[in-house]
Ligand binder design. Sequence first.
Ligand code: MG
Length: 222
Amino acid sequence: MYKAFFFDMDGVLFNSMPRHAKAWEEVMQRHGLRFTVRDTYVNEGRTGHSVIDECYLATYGTEAPDGLWQLIYEEKSRAFERQGEPEAIDGVREVLDYLCSLEPKVQIWIVTGSAQHTLFDRLERFFPSVFSSERMITADDVTHGKPDPEPYLKAWERSSLSKDECCVVENAPLGVRSAKSAGLTCLAVNTGILLPQDLEEEHADKVFDNMHQLLQWLRQLN
Ligand code: MG
């Protein structure tokens, strides 16, 4: 059994991706940019700036001018916030409860590109006593976000364990790429609209259709 689990947040703990997709589509359209729901899922993990630049380049043949990309990103953030707080991903509470019940205790980490100040409060509200503020890697802790390996390498270093004792739980192709380039085992749960192949192509060690399948697989390990 693994001794540490590194959980991504968007699309793994919280069902926030449909809200991101809706916000991106709405705002990009307003600026004459074509951006599909699939684009949101494929690009998950990249910075807003690089997502806007690439989309702008495809439409206008040049990167988004300074000032404009910030404006688009602010509009997108507001469109996301307006939709209210996302719910927990179906079945993830059962996965976390199971991992918390194991003896000897396993480490449970959050590794996210998000940098909200209220992050820990929200985690505590949704998943009481599962996470600790010392076992979190956020956007504030890294120079290069996913798909760079840095976020997962940082979690691994701080865990004081060997790489084969650590296991990542991801939902996004670029998150899987980050975990695999860090040399870690990566379990992918396809909680969104992508095809299993999208995650397999990034060399996820296992791809599950939902959290219930992941739980079943974890139970068999012990
Ligand atoms: Mg994610």
